[in-house]
Every structure is written in structure tokens, then in C-alpha cells.
Design a protein around this ligand. Structure first.
Ligand SMILES: C[S@@+](CC[C@H](N)C(=O)[O-])C[C@H]1O[C@@H](n2cnc3c(N)ncnc32)[C@H](O)[C@@H]1O
Length: 310
């Protein structure tokens, strides 16, 4: 069955539309993560959609490891939390097959619109604009077998509340699998450009430790504490390392473009004028040029693969 989202199961549904097996609902403009909704809809989302090929290539090894940890089976019902443009949603849909379903949930209307286009002809995939911290995602009478995320669960204002809500959307005994970044210092793809960008602004470019942002879950003990506090059991957190490529083989300019669209670049863009931003991009270009490998800028990347059960 492909689940729908009548108002009773999607509190923020203000008029969804259905097409070819997919549906999208719009969310209200209030809520505890409204800042993230605005950021991912108006600032980062459009860039992410435009550079989807680059972000997908960059994240492919990490998403693959998380999907392997999920090990979705034919017939299963899975939630893809913070699904973005649906790359992993579609991979899960392939794994669960026609007797299963996947719901991609994201707080960004920009991301969900792109996801919906990518999945237009898939009968076992649905999408919902939802705050995973507060909104019902799975149908009330049909909880999911598992929840999954590729880098979509580090942005909650209240992570314990969010993982409690995610658990409420998963059946008893169901499972959780996600991938999140280790510390910024273990991820030179962002720490190197960020260190350069910092010389162009006195303002912070990344949120402080543990605040919502790409590195909010860098500390595995915090992740464990959040998940157990939210009622998840048998929490396993494994390190995983793989090359992180930027520019998707399209050369240095593409890598710089992608780098300037990650979180520090998005922050810098708001803090400085265009000329200063251009000078920062030039300095980043020079640093990234030393890491070119086969048409792409390549760094080692380090993440946590996290699994748990309800
Ligand atoms: C780094 S992107 C990852 C997107 C996608 N999972 C991928 O790997 O391509 C993070 C995603 O999490 C979403 N997100 C952030 N906070 C959220 C929330 N509270 N509820 C649902 N989605 C959220 C963002 O809109 C964004 O699409």
C-alpha cells in the first residue's frame, strides 16, 4: 500500500497534491525548527538541488554504508528522514520492492519538490514536508518497520524530542539506521575551506559544538545519550571512513562552487559583501587545487554509522 497523508495523519497538511504515486504537503511557517526550514528551503536547498549530482557523489560511500546498515528487506515500510532530493529514498524503494513503501520526509519544500520530480513514476514512494521533530510521518495505523537518514538528523533543536517522535512512527521492535559526520577536524573537506573563510569574517561560520548543524552529532557519546533518552535500544555507533569528493569530476571550479555552498560558505555569504566573498572563493580555490585527484577534489571523510532498535 502506498500511504497517503490525509489531514488526520499529517498535522501540517495545508493542501497536498498527489501525482503518479507521490504526494507533497506544505508546512506551516512556525515550529521549533523554523530557522532550519527557512535555511533549507531558501538558502541551502536551492543550491543543493542545483548541485545534486555533486552532493550525491560526495556522499555516496557514506550513504551506501548507512543503507547497508539499514538492510531494508522486500515488503518493508521505511521512513527516510531529511530525505533531501530523494537519492536514498529511491535506493530504499528498490530494496523494499512493490510490496513495501518508503516515505521521504523533509522540512524543506524546495527539497521535497525536487524529490517529487525525481520519484515521479515510483508507485511505492511518497513524500511529506514535515518537521521530523514534531510531525506524524507514518500513517497512524501503519507504523514503519524502520527509519533511515543520510545526514538529515543533525539539525533538530531538541534531538531527544525528535528521536522520540521518530520512534513513535516506527513499530515496536523496528529499527533505526543513519549516518552523521564525525568532528569537523576529521573532515578536511569542510575544515580546510572553513579555516580559510574564517580569515574573511570575524563571525562564526559553523554552529558551536552540539548546536543544530552538520557536526551536532560528532560526539558518539552524545548520540548514544540522545538515542537512549528517546527510548531507542541496542545503540551501535561505528566509525566509517571513505574518500569525500567535491566537484563530481567536473574540475576545480565545480569543487570550489560546491565548497562555497556548504554550511560555512552559506554563512559567509550572509556576512560579507560580494567582493569579499569572491576573494574568499579564490583563496579556497587555491587551497583545494592541492587536493585534485582525477578531476575531483578529494579528502578523507569520517562519519559515524549509527543503528538502534525500538
Ligand atoms: C545535509 S541535507 C541531506 C539531504 C539528504 N538526506 C541527502 O543525503 O541527500 C539535510 C536535510 O535534512 C533536512 N532537515 C533538516 N531539519 C529537518 C527536520 N527537523 N525535519 C525534517 N528534515 C529536516 C533538510 O531540509 C535537508 O534536506
Amino acid at each position: 500500500m502506498v500511504p497517503g497523508f490525509p489531514p488526520s495523519t499529517a498535522p501540517n497538511n495545508v493542501g497536498g497534491s498527489e501525482a503518479q504515486g507521490c504526494n507533497t504537503v506544505a508546512m506551516t511557517d512556525t515550529g521549533p525548527n523554523q530557522q532550519q526550514a527557512t535555511y533549507w528551503t531558501q538558502a541551502a536547498g536551492p543550491q543543493w538541488v542545483q548541485q545534486q549530482v555533486m552532493f550525491d557523489q560526495m556522499l555516496t560511500h557514506f550513504g551506501g554504508a548507512a543503507l547497508a546498515a539499514l538492510a531494508a528487506q522486500p515488503g518493508e515500510r521505511v521512513l527516510d528522514i531529511g530525505c533531501g532530493t530523494a537519492t536514498t529514498t529511491l535506493a530504499i524503494a528498490d530494496a523494499v520492492g512493490p510490496t513495501g513503501w518508503v516515505i521521504g520526509a523533509d522540512i524543506s519544500t524546495t527539497m521535497i519538490e525536487a524529490a517529487r520530480l525525481h520519484a515521479a513514476t515510483r508507485p511505492n514512494v511518497s513524500f511529506v514536508v514535515a518537521d521530523a521533530q514534531t510531525d506524524r510521518i507514518a500513517p497512524l495505523d501503519d507504523p514503519a518497520d524502520a527509519a533511515f537518514s543520510r545526514f538529515g538528523v543533525m539539525f533538530f533543536s531538541d534531538p531527544v524530542a525528535a528521536f522520540t517522535n521518530i520512534a513513535a512512527n516506527v513499530r515496536s521492535g523496528g529499527r533505526l539506521a543513519f549516518v552523521c559526520w564525525q568532528h569537523e577536524d576529521k573532515n578536511e573537506w569542510i575544515s580546510l575551506p572553513a579555516s580559510i573563510m574564517r580569515s574573511f569574517t570575524p563571525e562564526p561560520l559553523l554552529p558551536p559544538n552540539n548546536a543544530p548543524g552538520p557536526f551536532a552529532f560528532h560526539d558518539p557519546e552524545r548520540v548514544r545519550s540522545v538515542l537512549t533518552g528517546a527510548g531507542w535500544q541496542t545503540v551501535h555507533i561505528e566509525p566509517f571512513s571513505a574518500p569525500t569528493t567535491m566537484g563530481a569530476g567536473q574540475g576545480l571550479d565545480a569543487a570550489v562552487g560546491q565548497s562555497m555552498n556548504t554550511s560555512p560558505g552559506q554563512a559567509l555569504r550572509k556576512q560579507v559583501d560580494d567582493a569579499t566573498f569572491a576573494r574568499a572563493a579564490e583563496a579556497v580555490r587555491s587551497a583545494l587545487s592541492e587536493h585534485m585527484l582525477g578531476g575531483a577534489v578529494t579528502f578523507p571523510g569520517n562519519v559515524w554509522i549509527v543503528t538502534a532498535h525500538r
